[in-house]
Design a protein around this ligand. Sequence first.
Ligand code: ZN
Length: 212
Amino acid sequence: MDAASEVIVNSSPPKKIKVEGIHGTPSSGKAVNTPRSDYLGWDEYFMAVAFLSAQRSKDPNSQVGACITNNEKKIVGIGYNGMPNGCKDSDLPWGKTDNWLESKYPYVCHAELNAVLNKNSSDVKGCKIYVALFPCNECAKVIIQSGIKEVVYYSDKYYHKPTMVASKRLFDLAGVTYRQYVPEKKKITIDFSVIDPDVQPTGSGNDQNHRL
Ligand SMILES: [Zn+2]
């Protein structure tokens, strides 16, 4: 994952908004009875969910997340790359060695596969999938066979690899569309303390930066 893509937890000072009465104003003087304008857009939100789920990955080299949404803009599946259920993470290799059996490649389940299998709806026909990286050919097969109709990706940095060329060939033949989503912002900050600055983190540090 690029260093350019970050989710930062507890990185900024808490915002303090003081509401004075029903029609009062916060200490900043801004009116409080109008909707916010700086909320996340849908694409930004779903891509951020994919990036956040990637934080669960134990892969030391590549953390990738995926988020599937239906035509009601509801999330119906989330996944990240990891070893198959029941396989202890410590019992399998995580490296990228040329010795295939001793690399992660034959064992790890990609985010797209897990997102489809983790679906909480009867199927994902007609859905979109948000992914950090353009899907490989194996995931392209899963996406096509599951009925997903659109891929929204953040990066296609491995476009030159045969696996990505193959996945585009499959998508084009199967009528699955794909588009890059480039967010307006480089970072989205998740600040737990904005809800209640008095809750103290249990870790030793006040701030933790998670780099995807
Ligand atoms: Zn894949």
